[in-house]
Write a protein that binds this ligand. Structure first.
Ligand SMILES: Cc1cc2nc3c(=O)[nH]c(=O)nc-3n(C[C@H](O)[C@H](O)[C@H](O)COP(=O)(O)OP(=O)(O)OC[C@H]3O[C@@H](n4cnc5c(N)ncnc54)[C@H](O)[C@@H]3O)c2cc1C
Length: 240
């Protein structure tokens, strides 16, 4: 059995994105640069108060950088240990992890692509989209849609950042949709799968990446398959 290297990382910043969600910036110790591919995740280890060692996966929510930093976008899960432990960490505290792991990564050749996320499922797409849009030869001539489902406006994580990216790149379209919108919300309403058909139309030559909880992933995969998509064009990561 392969032995994976274990790393420590220090919490540099922990910022609430909503009442139950945190953006946590970590600096990996002992390496000048931490290499990974956008879409990959880390396996975080911690010991519960009962002395049980547990590991949980967390997608890296930042693009590869020169400074050894990675970001997590974390949701507190009711009665869960790891998610609450990580969301409660103070700046300066450390975590232990192995990785990077995972093959939920952008597949060549580049095609027009729809990214579909709900909640913290936005994490791998924040990494992928910053990476893609950073250099014109990674995205030139292609269209990208980010269809992001949230309950309310407060739950649209990284909204200003994605709005800025969309303003800068006319081939990137940021489409938040709210399931519990107030009357004054002017954007899309309802679940992501209610809008996916409008984006893809009759096309089956695109890529789709889906990330979030099982039920949402399933609904979107089924919809795309019913529209004639080949399963190899649909990639997904389930968080539960
Ligand atoms: C590849 C991968 C990447 C992941 N990346 C992220 C990430 O970037 N951010 C993130 O917040 N979580 C992510 N998760 C989920 C994470 O690994 C944990 O499952 C989650 O934090 C709950 O762990 P826990 O120890 O707190 O609770 P547990 O005791 O392990 O879980 C309690 C219950 O909550 C369910 N559950 C798991 N995740 C969620 C969720 N997000 N919302 C609601 N219920 C859930 C579980 O199925 C379980 O029934 C990822 C999971 C996988 C497999």
């Amino acid at each position: 059995m392969a032995q994976f290297k274990t790393f420590d990382a220090r919490v540099m910043r922990s910022i609430p994105l909503s009442d139950f969600t945190k953006h946590i910036e970590l600096e990996v110790s002992g390496v000048p640069r931490f290499g990974f591919v956008p879409g990959q995740w880390l396996s975080v280890k911690a010991t519960t108060p009962d002395g049980e060692e547990i590991t949980r996966a967390y997608s890296i929510a930042s693009p590869p950088s020169e400074n050894g930093r990675v970001v997590f976008c974390l949701n507190r899960v009711q009665d869960g240990f790891m998610s609450n432990h990580l969301c409660s960490l103070a700046e300066g505290e450390t975590i232990t992890f192995q990785g990077p792991f995972g093959d939920f990564i952008l597949r060549p050749p580049p095609r027009d692509t729809v990214f579909i996320a709900t909640g913290t499922g936005i994490a791998p797409f924040r990494s992928m989209l910053h990476w893609l849009l950073a250099e014109s030869d990674r995205h030139r001539g292609r269209q990208f849609w980010l269809l992001f489902g949230a309950r309310t406006e407060q739950d649209i994580y990284y909204r200003e950042e994605f709005d800025r990216l969309a303003a800068k790149h006319d081939n990137f379209h940021f489409l938040p949709t709210l399931s519990r919108a107030t009357d004054d919300w002017k954007g899309l309403r309802g679940y992501v799968q209610q809008h996916l058909g409008e984006i893809v139309g009759m096309r089956t030559d695109m890529h789709a990446y889906i990330c979030g909880l099982d039920k949402m992933v399933k609904a979107n995969r089924e919809l795309l398959k019913s529209l004639g998509w080949d399963h190899t064009s649909i990639r997904y990561e389930k968080f539960d």
